[in-house]
Structure formats: C-alpha cells, structure tokens
Write a protein of this length. Structure first.
Length: 253
C-alpha cells in the first residue's frame, strides 16, 4: 500500500528563527490534532536542516527533506551541498528536479539521474519532480513530455531502487500563479504516470509508488485533489509557510 504524503517546500523562505517557529507550530499541531496515517515532510533550506532534525526526533510521522543536492560525492563545487552532508545531519528526503531548479539553474534529465543515484546511495528518499509548461500542455504534448522526464531520469534504476522513489507532478503553469489543475487534470496525469511506471516495472511497483500533486494546492482544494484515486498527497509551496494552512492540508485526506 502506497504512502500518503504531504511535503512542504519552503523554497528560499524563513530565516533561522522563523524556521524554528514554524517547525514548532507544526510539531505541536500534529501532537494535538488527529492527522490520520499521513507522512508529513518539511522541505527546508539548508540552514535549517540541523535544527529541524533535532526538533523532529520525537515525531514519528514528521520527516525532514532538503530541497536539492549535488550530483557529485564531494569536491571543488563551491556553494553546493552533497548527499552525504544531508544524510549526516539526519535528512530523510531530498527534493530533486523541481521546475525552478530546471528553469533557473538549467538542470537536465541526465543530471537529475546522477542526483537520484547519489541520493539513493546515501539513504535519502528522492522526491522527484516532473511537469510541463503551459506551452507544452496547450500543444497537447504534456503526457509524452512528463513521461520522458521519468524515463530519462529514473528508468535506469533497478526495481529495488525505483521502489524507493516518490514522484511529484507539478504543472509548471500552476505554480505560484494562483491557477490550479482541476482534479480531473491532476488525476489524468497521475494515472498516466502510473501506467508508464507499470510498463517499465510492473503493476505491483506502480501501485506502490506515491505520486504527489504540486501546483497551488491549498486547504480549499486539497480534499478534492486528494480524493482522486491516483493522487497520494501534495508537494506544498506557499501554503507550507503557514502552519495552520499546512496542517489543514494534511487533514484533507
């Protein structure tokens, strides 16, 4: 049975004190309210990882994610952070291939394949992001485009390695724009991705792969999105910066 996951992506937000406050609020709400069987993930900037990891030591269902890692083991890569560094401070997940990383920093499918490998090698669970621009969707090439992202970055993995991957589908045209894919659009893409995975790894692996939706998910639409049979949770951007909104999304299952 695949995991239900709600992962917050803080992006480049929150100084140290703000991050500690937000984490504390989330931890306290999880302790006080009924969450159900949902894995909660906090995707923080690098400066927060050590502190947040310490704050989560008593939390059984809250996990820590980094927002990126370098594809090399170590070396002269000023400003970069390695998978081994993330693992050493207690990081559980790492977000890879976010559309902003692809657009602003030119990350390619080939480069992301290397990042996936090194993350897995250090015991991190990749949350692999995929998604299409408005132009690709309007050209009706969105299914082929997103499936190709999986093929080129993930399908070199053997079955055991792939079974550890979490997929996050993010329609780029719905990130930070206030637009949201309809529940039908989200379900259609998630079902297509699951079928694509099944063609490579078999139905059992596909059925066990968690596929999250990431595109302006908020308390007002989370319940409808999460009710879709192939939507297993969300990768939450702006709403993850407000503890009440984030927890309300978690409670939307």
């Amino acid at each position: 049975m695949r995991d239900k996951i709600v992962a917050g992506n803080w992006k480049m937000n929150n100084d140290l004190q703000e991050g500690i406050k937000l984490t504390s609020e989330v931890v306290n709400m999880v302790q006080d309210e009924v969450m159900g069987n949902v894995r909660i993930v906090l995707g923080t900037p690098f400066i927060h990882l050590t502190n947040v990891a310490k704050m989560l030591t008593e939390s059984e269902n809250i996990f820590l994610a980094a927002q990126n890692c370098n594809e090399h083991e170590s070396g002269a890569y000023t400003g970069e952070v390695s998978a081994s560094m993330l693992s050493s401070v207690g990081t559980d997940y790492v977000i890879l291939g976010h559309s902003e990383r692809r657009e602003y920093f030119g990350e390619t499918n080939k480069q992301l394949a290397a990042k996936v490998d090194i993350a897995l090698g250090h015991g991190l669970i990749p949350i692999f992001c995929c998604g299409e621009s408005l132009e690709i969707r309007e050209a009706n090439d969105h299914f082929e485009f997103v499936c190709q992202q999986l093929t080129e970055s993930l399908f070199h993995l053997d079955t055991e390695a792939f079974s550890k991957i979490v997929i996050a589908y993010e329609p780029i045209w719905a990130i930070g724009t206030g637009k949201t894919a309809t529940s039908e659009q989200a379900q259609d893409m998630h079902a297509k991705l699951r079928t694509h995975i099944a063609e490579k790894y078999g139905t059992s692996i596909a059925d066990d792969t968690s596929i999250l939706y990431g595109g302006s998910c908020k308390p007002s639409n989370a319940q409808e999105l999460f009710a879709c049979p192939d939507v297993d949770g969300g990768l939450i951007g702006g709403a993850s910066l407000k503890s009440r909104d984030f927890i309300d999304i978690v409670k939307s299952f």
